[in-house]
Write a protein that binds this ligand. Structure first.
Ligand code: 4AD
Ligand code: MG
Length: 431
């Protein structure tokens, strides 16, 4: 059987083809049955005329339920009114698996029901579009770094200690060695990689036992972490803006159809071009106060604060020089004024909040040991990390991009749970 992808039908106008897929939708009009078939590459309307096909085939077309799997043979016709612009004048119908009572119908369903049926929900037009955009974002990320001399470095998922603070660790027993923890970030290992290879990036799953039940939090998410030797905070911000511009512009160019399915207003995404505004934390505090927020200097920015700041700009904004107190132990402090960390968060527009967190790293051995003590972290667990400051230490910087937050923003989703195939959240670890 020579099977054709639905997305390729335009190459076969007036020719007979075979497509294989699932029944997405069905309607009739007198002596005509319209079967909309999906195959993962697109949607094709298959038209069965009574009289043109045998009664047996016509009855089958009438009988089968949504999501039955099937093979259709027919002649491709240009049809501007059909989804995708082409339809099949169907000649044959082979049923692979006849299905009835598929639980997800075109009517509205509640979100909990859809999440319980995530394994089936993924087949819907909207979810397919999101997964395709996610895949394109992943490819853009790899292309970006691979094309700029970065080496992909896979970092461990089972780790002996915390990176981003001890309160959000998933713990698991580990043979005779006590406990292991699911990684919160590959960064510390990426730093070792940068000192070996110059420029590296990690791309893997990360875990946070966050108690937060917000639309921006998953307990399992994917993070991309570049790390660059001989780089400072400004280099880090240059890299972050070039990176985000590349991702967004690539998706706009190559995933127009999917963005249309999602009814995404892309006018705001078109602005995602460098340079991005760079806002010092103190200036961010000013913006908040001007907008009526009673904000205390020294606090971290909350989700609502981030929204107010990003609303002032038409593209992502980079907030830098956060108070060191609210940031991680490994961040270098500003030598000019050590109450600030050489940190940057990139806030996405339209209320999507922080999508990137990064910094220049502390490269001085004595200071780093001090920080580890201040944060009540066990120095012994970090001896290997301290070695990076004992042997050929250099200024270096990097950041982490959350994949699901990025996909969620680009797709215009209300909640991160749709940006990953099988979301893991505080109240859900199934299916
Ligand atoms: O700001 P974070 O915690 O930074 C780090 O982990 C650093 N080690 C990164 C680095 O410098 N190499 O996390 C980075 C990004 C956030 O900006 C956000 O996009 C995403 O990871 N993120 C989450 N995404 C979904 N659910 C969560 N619970 C997330 N926590 C962080
Ligand atoms: Mg952060």
């Amino acid at each position: 059987m020579q099977k054709v992808n639905i997305s390729d039908l335009n190459h076969f106008v007036e020719q007979e083809v075979t497509i294989a897929g699932w029944l997405y939708n069905k309607r009739s009009s007198g002596k005509i049955k319209f079967l909309v078939v999906r195959d993962g590459t697109g949607y094709a309307q298959c038209v069965y005329f009574k009289g043109n096909v045998s009664d047996e085939i016509f009855d089958k077309a009438d009988r089968i339920g949504q999501e039955s799997s099937l093979i259709v043979k027919g002649i491709v016709k240009a049809q501007p009114k059909a989804p995708g612009g082409y339809e099949l004048d169907a000649k044959d119908l082979i049923i692979i698996h006849e299905t009835h009572d598929y639980p997800i119908t075109p009517k509205e369903h509640g979100i909990e029901f859809l999440l319980d049926n995530r394994h089936l929900w993924l087949r819907s037009k909207r979810q397919v579009a999101i997964m395709k955009i996610r895949h394109r974002v992943v490819k853009a990320i790899r292309d970006f770094f691979d094309g700029r001399g970065f080496t992909l470095l896979d970092t461990p998922i089972l780790t002996p200690n915390a990176v981003e603070g001890t309160s959000t660790l998933f713990e698991t027993p580990y043979f005779d060695l006590g406990s292991a923890y699911l990684t919160q970030s590959g960064q510390l290992y990426a730093e070792a990689g940068a000192l070996a290879l110059g420029k590296v990036y990690t791309f893997g799953p990360t875990f946070r036992a966050e108690k937060s039940k917000t639309r921006r939090h998953l307990t399992e998410f994917w993070m991309i972490e570049p790390e660059v030797a001989f780089a400072d905070l400004n280099d880090d911000m240059d890299l972050a803006e070039e990176f985000l511009e590349y991702i967004v512009q690539t998706v706009l160019k190559e995933k127009e159809e999917e963005l249309n399915i999602l009814e995404r207003d892309t006018s705001k995404l078109k602005n995602v071009k460098k340079p991005f505004p760079r806002v010092h934390y103190d200036e961010a505090v000013e913006i908040l106060r001007r907008n009526g927020v009673d904000f205390q200097w020294g606090n971290d920015l909350g989700g609502g604060d981030e929204t107010i700041i990003s609303e002032q700009f038409d593209r992502p904004v980079m907030v830098h020089h956060y108070p060191a107190e609210v940031k991680a132990f490994y961040m270098k402090r500003d030598p000019e004024n050590p109450k600030y960390a050489l940190a940057v968060d990139v806030l996405a527009p339209e209320g999507y909040g922080e999508i990137i967190g990064g910094s220049q790293r502390e490269d001085n051995l004595e200071i780093l040991i001090e920080r580890i003590k201040e944060h009540n972290l066990p120095q012994s667990a970090f001896e290997w990390y301290l070695d990076l400051r004992r042997f050929g230490s250099v200024p270096h910087a990097g950041f982490g991009l959350g994949l699901e937050r990025t996909v969620s923003w680009i797709c215009g989703l209300e909640h991160l749970r749709e940006a990953i195939p099988f979301p893991r959240m505080i109240y859900r670890n199934t299916p």
